[in-house]
Write a protein that binds this ligand. Structure first.
Ligand SMILES: NC(=O)c1ccc[n+]([C@@H]2O[C@H](COP(=O)([O-])OP(=O)(O)OC[C@H]3O[C@@H](n4cnc5c(N)ncnc54)[C@H](OP(=O)(O)O)[C@@H]3O)[C@@H](O)[C@H]2O)c1
Length: 253
Protein backbone atom coordinates (compact mmCIF):
# COMPACT_ATOMS: atom_id res chain seq x y z
CA UNK A 1 0.00 0.00 0.00
CA UNK A 2 1.15 3.54 -0.71
CA UNK A 3 1.90 5.37 2.52
CA UNK A 4 -0.25 8.51 2.56
CA UNK A 5 -0.10 10.96 5.40
CA UNK A 6 -3.69 11.53 6.49
CA UNK A 7 -5.08 14.13 8.90
CA UNK A 8 -8.54 13.52 10.36
CA UNK A 9 -10.23 16.56 11.89
CA UNK A 10 -12.63 15.01 14.41
CA UNK A 11 -10.49 11.86 14.47
CA UNK A 12 -10.50 11.85 18.28
CA UNK A 13 -13.97 10.29 18.37
CA UNK A 14 -16.73 8.39 16.61
CA UNK A 15 -16.34 7.36 12.99
CA UNK A 16 -13.24 9.55 12.55
CA UNK A 17 -11.36 7.52 15.15
CA UNK A 18 -12.59 4.29 13.53
CA UNK A 19 -11.15 5.39 10.16
CA UNK A 20 -7.90 6.53 11.82
CA UNK A 21 -7.43 2.91 12.99
CA UNK A 22 -8.47 1.56 9.59
CA UNK A 23 -6.07 3.74 7.59
CA UNK A 24 -3.22 2.98 10.02
CA UNK A 25 -3.80 -0.75 9.56
CA UNK A 26 -3.70 -0.16 5.79
CA UNK A 27 -0.22 1.35 6.17
CA UNK A 28 -0.97 5.09 6.22
CA UNK A 29 0.40 7.59 8.72
CA UNK A 30 -2.59 9.19 10.45
CA UNK A 31 -2.79 12.35 12.57
CA UNK A 32 -6.01 13.07 14.43
CA UNK A 33 -7.22 16.34 15.86
CA UNK A 34 -10.16 17.44 17.97
CA UNK A 35 -11.27 20.80 19.33
CA UNK A 36 -8.56 20.78 21.96
CA UNK A 37 -6.06 18.17 20.83
CA UNK A 38 -3.76 17.46 17.89
CA UNK A 39 -2.30 19.74 15.24
CA UNK A 40 -3.97 23.03 14.45
CA UNK A 41 -5.79 23.19 11.12
CA UNK A 42 -3.12 25.04 9.05
CA UNK A 43 -0.37 22.65 10.26
CA UNK A 44 -2.52 19.60 9.55
CA UNK A 45 -3.20 20.84 5.99
CA UNK A 46 0.50 21.61 5.45
CA UNK A 47 1.74 18.23 6.73
CA UNK A 48 -0.82 15.88 5.17
CA UNK A 49 -1.51 14.51 1.67
CA UNK A 50 -5.13 13.92 2.62
CA UNK A 51 -7.32 15.82 5.10
CA UNK A 52 -10.64 14.31 6.19
CA UNK A 53 -13.29 16.36 7.99
CA UNK A 54 -15.25 14.13 10.39
CA UNK A 55 -17.02 16.48 12.79
CA UNK A 56 -20.76 16.76 13.64
CA UNK A 57 -22.87 17.66 10.59
CA UNK A 58 -23.75 21.13 11.86
CA UNK A 59 -20.05 22.04 12.32
CA UNK A 60 -18.81 20.53 9.04
CA UNK A 61 -19.04 23.48 6.64
CA UNK A 62 -17.51 25.84 9.22
CA UNK A 63 -14.50 23.49 9.55
CA UNK A 64 -14.24 23.10 5.75
CA UNK A 65 -14.15 26.90 5.44
CA UNK A 66 -11.22 26.93 7.87
CA UNK A 67 -9.19 24.07 6.37
CA UNK A 68 -10.00 24.53 2.66
CA UNK A 69 -7.82 27.60 2.00
CA UNK A 70 -4.77 25.81 3.51
CA UNK A 71 -5.03 22.80 1.18
CA UNK A 72 -2.33 22.61 -1.50
CA UNK A 73 -2.82 21.65 -5.15
CA UNK A 74 -2.39 17.91 -5.61
CA UNK A 75 -3.59 17.03 -2.11
CA UNK A 76 -7.03 15.64 -1.27
CA UNK A 77 -9.78 17.12 0.90
CA UNK A 78 -12.52 14.73 2.01
CA UNK A 79 -15.38 14.62 4.48
CA UNK A 80 -17.17 11.81 6.24
CA UNK A 81 -20.51 13.60 6.69
CA UNK A 82 -23.81 11.71 6.54
CA UNK A 83 -25.08 14.36 4.10
CA UNK A 84 -23.18 15.28 0.95
CA UNK A 85 -24.59 18.27 -0.99
CA UNK A 86 -23.46 21.10 1.32
CA UNK A 87 -20.09 19.64 2.43
CA UNK A 88 -19.01 18.83 -1.17
CA UNK A 89 -20.11 22.28 -2.37
CA UNK A 90 -18.09 23.89 0.45
CA UNK A 91 -14.99 21.76 -0.19
CA UNK A 92 -15.04 22.77 -3.89
CA UNK A 93 -15.55 26.41 -2.99
CA UNK A 94 -12.89 26.80 -0.29
CA UNK A 95 -10.03 24.65 -1.63
CA UNK A 96 -7.93 24.19 -4.75
CA UNK A 97 -7.14 20.57 -3.86
CA UNK A 98 -8.83 17.45 -5.14
CA UNK A 99 -12.21 16.85 -3.47
CA UNK A 100 -14.04 13.60 -2.69
CA UNK A 101 -17.10 13.38 -0.45
CA UNK A 102 -17.43 10.10 1.41
CA UNK A 103 -20.15 8.55 3.57
CA UNK A 104 -19.47 5.24 5.25
CA UNK A 105 -22.86 3.55 5.70
CA UNK A 106 -21.99 2.06 9.07
CA UNK A 107 -21.08 3.27 12.54
CA UNK A 108 -17.98 2.96 14.70
CA UNK A 109 -19.39 -0.17 16.37
CA UNK A 110 -18.53 -2.50 13.46
CA UNK A 111 -15.40 -4.66 13.47
CA UNK A 112 -14.53 -4.47 9.79
CA UNK A 113 -15.22 -2.54 6.62
CA UNK A 114 -15.50 -5.82 4.70
CA UNK A 115 -18.87 -6.06 2.98
CA UNK A 116 -19.97 -2.58 4.14
CA UNK A 117 -21.31 0.05 1.76
CA UNK A 118 -19.24 3.22 1.42
CA UNK A 119 -20.63 6.03 -0.74
CA UNK A 120 -18.12 8.26 -2.48
CA UNK A 121 -18.84 11.44 -4.43
CA UNK A 122 -15.77 12.33 -6.51
CA UNK A 123 -16.15 16.05 -7.21
CA UNK A 124 -12.68 17.17 -8.30
CA UNK A 125 -10.72 13.96 -8.36
CA UNK A 126 -7.96 12.75 -10.65
CA UNK A 127 -5.04 11.01 -9.02
CA UNK A 128 -6.67 10.38 -5.63
CA UNK A 129 -9.79 8.52 -6.69
CA UNK A 130 -7.87 5.37 -7.70
CA UNK A 131 -5.76 5.47 -4.54
CA UNK A 132 -8.77 5.89 -2.26
CA UNK A 133 -10.68 3.08 -3.97
CA UNK A 134 -7.67 0.76 -3.69
CA UNK A 135 -7.43 1.31 0.07
CA UNK A 136 -11.18 0.93 0.71
CA UNK A 137 -11.63 -2.02 -1.63
CA UNK A 138 -8.46 -3.57 -0.23
CA UNK A 139 -10.31 -3.74 3.09
CA UNK A 140 -13.30 -5.35 1.36
CA UNK A 141 -15.63 -2.32 1.26
CA UNK A 142 -18.38 -2.10 -1.35
CA UNK A 143 -17.90 1.29 -2.99
CA UNK A 144 -20.93 3.13 -4.36
CA UNK A 145 -20.03 6.09 -6.57
CA UNK A 146 -22.74 8.73 -6.96
CA UNK A 147 -23.54 12.44 -6.91
CA UNK A 148 -24.09 14.39 -3.68
CA UNK A 149 -27.68 15.12 -4.78
CA UNK A 150 -28.58 11.47 -5.34
CA UNK A 151 -26.87 10.51 -2.07
CA UNK A 152 -28.94 12.99 -0.06
CA UNK A 153 -32.17 11.90 -1.80
CA UNK A 154 -31.42 8.29 -0.88
CA UNK A 155 -30.51 9.26 2.70
CA UNK A 156 -33.83 11.09 3.12
CA UNK A 157 -35.30 7.58 3.00
CA UNK A 158 -32.58 5.24 4.30
CA UNK A 159 -31.79 7.43 7.30
CA UNK A 160 -34.38 10.25 7.36
CA UNK A 161 -37.61 8.23 7.15
CA UNK A 162 -36.08 5.32 9.03
CA UNK A 163 -34.90 7.32 12.06
CA UNK A 164 -37.99 9.56 11.98
CA UNK A 165 -40.06 6.43 12.42
CA UNK A 166 -37.88 5.21 15.30
CA UNK A 167 -37.94 8.58 17.07
CA UNK A 168 -41.74 8.76 16.71
CA UNK A 169 -42.11 5.31 18.27
CA UNK A 170 -39.72 6.17 21.13
CA UNK A 171 -41.46 9.44 21.92
CA UNK A 172 -44.90 7.73 21.88
CA UNK A 173 -43.64 4.98 24.21
CA UNK A 174 -42.26 7.61 26.58
CA UNK A 175 -45.39 9.83 26.46
CA UNK A 176 -47.54 6.75 27.15
CA UNK A 177 -45.44 6.16 30.28
CA UNK A 178 -44.48 2.70 29.04
CA UNK A 179 -42.43 0.63 31.46
CA UNK A 180 -40.09 -1.35 29.20
CA UNK A 181 -39.15 -3.80 31.97
CA UNK A 182 -42.85 -4.69 32.37
CA UNK A 183 -43.17 -5.13 28.59
CA UNK A 184 -40.29 -7.63 28.57
CA UNK A 185 -42.55 -10.60 29.40
CA UNK A 186 -45.01 -9.57 26.68
CA UNK A 187 -42.51 -8.79 23.93
CA UNK A 188 -42.40 -10.48 20.53
CA UNK A 189 -39.13 -10.97 18.58
CA UNK A 190 -40.08 -8.12 16.21
CA UNK A 191 -40.78 -5.79 19.15
CA UNK A 192 -37.44 -6.70 20.76
CA UNK A 193 -35.64 -5.99 17.48
CA UNK A 194 -37.31 -2.55 17.37
CA UNK A 195 -36.36 -1.83 20.98
CA UNK A 196 -32.71 -2.56 20.12
CA UNK A 197 -32.91 0.03 17.32
CA UNK A 198 -34.63 2.53 19.66
CA UNK A 199 -31.85 2.13 22.21
CA UNK A 200 -29.27 2.97 19.54
CA UNK A 201 -31.05 6.13 18.37
CA UNK A 202 -31.92 7.30 21.91
CA UNK A 203 -28.40 6.34 23.12
CA UNK A 204 -25.14 8.22 23.25
CA UNK A 205 -25.37 10.39 20.12
CA UNK A 206 -28.97 11.64 19.60
CA UNK A 207 -27.63 14.83 17.98
CA UNK A 208 -26.30 12.80 15.04
CA UNK A 209 -29.78 11.42 14.29
CA UNK A 210 -31.39 14.83 14.79
CA UNK A 211 -28.97 16.42 12.28
CA UNK A 212 -29.30 13.55 9.79
CA UNK A 213 -33.06 14.25 9.65
CA UNK A 214 -33.34 18.01 10.04
CA UNK A 215 -30.43 19.01 7.76
CA UNK A 216 -31.28 16.70 4.84
CA UNK A 217 -32.31 18.93 1.89
CA UNK A 218 -34.89 16.35 0.70
CA UNK A 219 -36.53 15.54 4.02
CA UNK A 220 -39.62 17.75 3.60
CA UNK A 221 -41.23 15.62 0.87
CA UNK A 222 -40.72 12.53 3.00
CA UNK A 223 -42.05 14.25 6.11
CA UNK A 224 -45.17 15.50 4.28
CA UNK A 225 -45.87 11.98 2.95
CA UNK A 226 -45.31 10.52 6.42
CA UNK A 227 -47.73 12.95 8.04
CA UNK A 228 -50.38 12.45 5.32
CA UNK A 229 -50.06 8.65 5.52
CA UNK A 230 -50.34 8.63 9.32
CA UNK A 231 -53.46 10.74 9.07
CA UNK A 232 -54.98 8.36 6.45
CA UNK A 233 -54.19 5.36 8.67
CA UNK A 234 -55.68 7.16 11.66
CA UNK A 235 -58.96 7.63 9.78
CA UNK A 236 -59.07 3.94 8.85
CA UNK A 237 -58.39 2.92 12.46
CA UNK A 238 -60.95 5.37 13.88
CA UNK A 239 -63.53 3.82 11.53
CA UNK A 240 -62.44 0.30 12.58
CA UNK A 241 -61.90 -0.24 8.85
CA UNK A 242 -59.68 -3.35 8.81
CA UNK A 243 -60.64 -4.02 5.18
CA UNK A 244 -59.54 -0.51 4.16
CA UNK A 245 -56.24 -0.85 6.04
CA UNK A 246 -55.66 -4.26 4.44
CA UNK A 247 -56.31 -2.71 1.02
CA UNK A 248 -53.85 0.06 1.82
CA UNK A 249 -51.16 -2.45 2.83
CA UNK A 250 -51.81 -4.55 -0.31
CA UNK A 251 -51.76 -1.47 -2.58
CA UNK A 252 -48.29 -0.55 -1.31
CA UNK A 253 -46.75 -4.03 -1.18
N1 LIG B 1 -21.23 7.87 13.96
C1 LIG B 1 -21.67 7.32 12.85
O1 LIG B 1 -22.32 6.26 12.88
C2 LIG B 1 -21.38 7.96 11.53
C3 LIG B 1 -21.40 7.16 10.36
C4 LIG B 1 -21.12 7.76 9.15
C5 LIG B 1 -20.85 9.09 9.06
N2 LIG B 1 -20.86 9.86 10.19
C6 LIG B 1 -20.55 11.27 10.06
O2 LIG B 1 -19.29 11.49 10.65
C7 LIG B 1 -19.24 12.80 11.24
C8 LIG B 1 -18.84 12.65 12.68
O3 LIG B 1 -19.84 11.92 13.36
P1 LIG B 1 -19.50 11.11 14.70
O4 LIG B 1 -20.70 10.33 15.03
O5 LIG B 1 -18.20 10.43 14.56
O6 LIG B 1 -19.39 12.33 15.70
P2 LIG B 1 -18.76 12.39 17.16
O7 LIG B 1 -18.67 11.02 17.73
O8 LIG B 1 -19.51 13.42 17.87
O9 LIG B 1 -17.26 12.85 16.89
C9 LIG B 1 -17.03 14.07 16.31
C10 LIG B 1 -15.59 14.47 16.41
O10 LIG B 1 -15.55 15.82 16.01
C11 LIG B 1 -14.99 16.64 17.02
N3 LIG B 1 -15.93 17.77 17.21
C12 LIG B 1 -17.08 17.75 17.89
N4 LIG B 1 -17.70 18.96 17.81
C13 LIG B 1 -16.90 19.73 17.05
C14 LIG B 1 -16.98 21.07 16.60
N5 LIG B 1 -18.02 21.87 16.92
N6 LIG B 1 -15.98 21.54 15.83
C15 LIG B 1 -14.94 20.76 15.52
N7 LIG B 1 -14.81 19.47 15.91
C16 LIG B 1 -15.77 18.96 16.67
C17 LIG B 1 -14.85 15.80 18.27
O11 LIG B 1 -13.55 15.98 18.81
P3 LIG B 1 -13.28 16.58 20.27
O12 LIG B 1 -14.40 16.12 21.13
O13 LIG B 1 -11.95 15.99 20.61
O14 LIG B 1 -13.26 18.04 20.05
C18 LIG B 1 -15.00 14.36 17.78
O15 LIG B 1 -13.74 13.73 17.64
C19 LIG B 1 -20.63 13.40 11.08
O16 LIG B 1 -20.61 14.29 10.00
C20 LIG B 1 -21.51 12.20 10.79
O17 LIG B 1 -22.59 12.57 9.96
C21 LIG B 1 -21.10 9.32 11.43
Amino acid sequence: MENFEIGIIGGTGGIGRWFADFFRKEGCTVHVSGRKTGMDIPTLARECDVVIVSVPIGATCEIIEKVGPHMRKGTLLMDMTSLKVEPVRSMLKYSISEVIGMHPLFGPGVDTIAGRNVVICPARAEKWIGRLKRVLEGGGAHIVETTPEKHDRMMAIVQGLNHLNTITMGVVLSKAGTDLSELKDFATPVFNAKIDILKKVFGSNPGLYAEIITLNPDINNVLDMYEKTLSEIKNLVNNRDAKGLTEMIKAHS
